[in-house]
Design a protein around this ligand. Structure first.
Ligand SMILES: [Ca+2]
Length: 510
């Protein structure tokens, strides 16, 4: 017997009661589905490059006015003590995306590609039904501007990009120089795409990768003179290196020291004359100037979200990829385990799930970002992560939150100004040591700081006999933390430390 295809008229013949029961069973399912869709927040993830927290109003800057970025903090949470686990662009970016330490994700230098098959928070969101886009500086795989997996639109450029007139690769389709200032161009690109996808009914997640405020610090012309009246001397710590390891003094006159070229702000170098501090001041002014344009960009994006009534259902995260030394201990650049190199800003706004105007004191890490975003989006957790979601911490506090973590960095031949670094930072102490890389004893003096008494790390306590037991305990804790991520004496491989050198890095990779 052939069954006729059911039609509307067939269904109408079903007795009314049965139809009602059928509809009633369907209703909770349908409403659950629609609730679920409505519950999925959009994600606006804004990543700055080499941004110090103290270049933002919400982290206490007296000079850099950032009202739009401050708004995210005021209406959300501010993580006061956020740190990168490797203070270098590509490794840190990969840690933010993957929730993993550098030795596990494998991006241990600025020239390695993020592994195509390794999950990232955007790829997990994409698999969970999000429309995903990446716009701006990606910088994992120096010369590769091709689209990466996990993104519906991936628009980037080769290497660092330029503050003016960068050549963009538009989602793998067309390479074109877009005239104008990088920060404004990347904002236009991201917003054009958002306008095209935001009405589709699917949640979206967009990453905006700013070049700013990375060297060479070039502000937009309208902000060139914004800080002309602000005096910026070398920090006090630059002149008190007596108890520091010798490599820090050797670094003073190099590409990464305060008497070196200062990312080309100083034409004649090395220069340790008192008058040379003006070059340092100009450099800091330039750095701050680039941040003002980022704040304008954030303002534009928040205003658009508000106008289109998407702001309340969008998780906005704004952060930096690694810290930056601005003269502390006589250093510029990053890579070391000192506070200015480790500290990054991180703020998040999502009123539906996060408190308003809360400041979190606990130590948060780059590797915590991906687990947190996925939890807030109701997406599956990463199968492997070294970080922990801070959602509970932000909402109600978390008594199990970490009180210590480890930092690592490997010596780079292309940038021979920082040794191999292994360090532990607890809520009170920091212990840093510098393995030679051959498995033998260290050849540099270690460092020990009491961060509660001396947050500026002015007194290296490593030689204090009365603290010997503390050092032994910190060494044991460091080994334990490293082991938890698979690192021991045999697996923790690193290059040989060839010492601090005075040569400049290759112009192409500066
Ligand atoms: Ca960076």
């Amino acid at each position: 017997m052939i069954h006729p295809t059911p039609t509307v008229s067939t269904y109408l013949k079903i007795p009314t009661m049965r139809l009602l029961v059928f509809l009633l069973t369907l209703c909770p399912l349908l409403s659950a589905l629609s609730l679920q869709a409505a519950d999925k927040p959009n994600v606006l993830f804004i990543l700055c490059d080499d941004l110090r927290p103290d270049a933002l109003g919400c982290y206490g800057s007296k000079h850099v006015k950032t009202p739009h970025i401050d708004r995210i903090a005021k209406e959300g949470v501010l993580f006061k003590n956020t740190f990168c686990t490797t203070s270098l662009c590509s490794p840190s970016r990969a840690s933010i995306l993957s929730g993993l330490y550098a030795h596990t994700h494998g991006v241990t230098n600025n020239f390695t590609e993020y592994p195509a098959t390794m999950p990232s928070f955007p790829s997990v969101l994409h698999d969970a039904g999000y429309t995903t886009g990446y716009f701006g500086k990606y910088h994992m795989g120096e010369d590769n501007d091709e689209p990466r997996p996990g993104f519906d639109n991936f628009t980037t450029h080769k290497g660092q990009g330029k503050y003016f007139d960068t050549e963009w690769h538009l989602n793998g389709k067309e390479r074109r120089v877009i005239p104008g200032y990088y920060t404004n161009v990347v904002t236009d690109l991201a917003m054009d795409w958002l306008k095209s996808v935001s009405g589709s009914g699917k949640p979206w997640a967009v990453c905006v990768g700013h070049k700013a405020p990375h060297s060479f610090y070039t502000p937009e012309p309208k902000y060139e003179h914004s800080f002309d009246d602000v005096r910026v001397p070398y920090p006090e710590t630059a002149f008190h290196l007596e108890d520091k390891p010798a490599w820090i003094k050797q670094r003073l006159h190099t590409w990464h020291g305060i008497y070196g070229p200062l990312f080309e702000w100083r034409k004649k170098f090395p220069d340790d004359s008192p008058a040379a501090v003006k070059d340092f001041e100009n450099m800091v002014h330039g750095y701050w100037g680039t941040v003002l344009s980022v704040d304008d960009s954030v303002g534009r994006m928040l205003a658009w979200l508000e106008e289109t009534k998407q702001l309340e259902n969008t998780l906005v995260i704004f952060m930096g990829d690694n810290g930056l030394l601005e003269g502390e201990h006589g250093m510029v650049d990053k890579r070391t385990a000192h506070e200015a190199s480790l500290r990054i800003p991180a703020i998040a706004r999502f009123p539906a799930a996060l408190p308003k105007g809360k400041v979190i004191e606990q130590q948060m890490l780059t590797v915590d970002i991906a687990p947190s975003i996925l939890e807030l989006c109701g997406a599956p957790a990463l199968t492997k992560s070294h970080g922990k979601s801070w959602v509970k911490l932000a909402k109600e506090g978390d008594s199990d939150w970490r009180t210590a973590w480890f930092y690592h960095y490997n010596y780079e031949k292309q940038f021979p100004y920082t040794p191999n670094v292994r360090a532990i930072r607890t809520d009170r102490w920091k212990y840093i040591h510098y393995p030679h890389g051959d498995g033998g004893p260290d050849r540099h003096m270690a460092e020990l700081y009491d961060l509660k008494a001396d947050p500026g790390e002015t007194k290296n306590l490593i030689s204090k006999r009365e603290l010997a037991a503390e050092v032994t305990e910190l060494q044991a804790r460091l080994a334990k933390l490293m082991l938890a991520t698979g690192l021991n004496d045999k697996t923790d491989t690193m290059p040989l430390d060839e010492g601090v050198k005075s040569e400049l890095p290759d112009a192409k990779i500066r």
